[in-house]
Design a protein around this ligand. Structure first.
Ligand code: ZN
Length: 163
C-alpha cells in the first residue's frame, strides 16, 4: 500500500481537486486521498480557495476569468493584424489585376472590420472591475498603451489579483 501520494495536487485547479476527492478510492489509495484533502484545507486556510466555483482560483493564484479576458484581448489584436495584412496584400493585388468596383467593396469591408475591431479594444472590460480598462467609450478617447486599469489599477495582462 502507498504511503506517499503519487500525485502532486498543488498544481490542480479547484474544480479538479473536488472531482479527485470524489473519485479517489480511499481504501486503495489512502495517501493520495489524504494529500488531496490536505491540499483543499491548505487552500481554505491561505485564502486561495474560492467560494464561487465558477470563479475558482488556480494554485498559483491565476483566475480563469482573467485569463479568458486577456485571451480575448489578444485575439482581437490578432484579428486586427490578419485584417491589416490581407487588406494590404489585396490593395497591391487589386492594382495589379485592375479589380475595379469589386476592390472598392473589399476595401470598404476591411475598413469597417478594422473600425469595429478598434472599437472592441477601446471598450475592453477590465476582468476585475468590469469597467472599461482603457477608459474608452463614446466621448472619451481610450489610451490603448496604458499599463493599468484606469478604474481599479489592475496591471495589463495580469491573471492574479496581486498588485
Ligand atoms: Zn479594473
Amino acid at each position: 500500500m502507498d504511503t506517499k501520494s503519487s500525485v502532486d495536487f498543488s498544481i490542480f485547479p479547484q474544480k479538479e481537486l473536488l472531482t479527485a476527492l470524489e473519485r479517489i478510492n480511499q481504501e486503495k489509495f489512502p495517501a493520495n486521498y489524504a494529500a488531496c484533502a490536505a491540499e483543499i484545507s491548505k487552500r481554505k486556510q491561505n485564502g486561495t480557495w474560492s467560494q464561487d466555483i465558477n470563479q475558482e482560483i488556480y494554485a498559483n493564484g491565476a483566475i480563469p476569468s482573467y485569463i479568458a479576458a486577456w485571451d480575448r484581448y489578444r485575439g482581437q489584436w490578432a484579428f486586427f493584424w490578419i485584417v491589416f495584412i490581407f487588406w494590404s496584400l489585396f490593395a497591391v493585388f487589386s492594382f495589379v489585376i485592375e479589380a475595379g468596383y469589386f476592390a472598392i467593396l473589399v476595401w470598404s469591408a476591411g475598413l469597417v472590420l478594422a473600425a469595429y475591431n478598434r472599437y472592441q479594444r477601446t471598450v475592453f472590460k477590465c476582468p476585475r472591475c468590469l469597467k472599461n480598462f482603457f477608459a474608452g467609450a463614446f466621448g472619451s478617447d481610450a489610451n490603448l498603451s496604458i499599463k493599468n486599469c484606469q478604474h481599479c489599477g489592475l496591471a495589463k495582462f495580469a491573471v492574479t489579483d496581486e498588485k
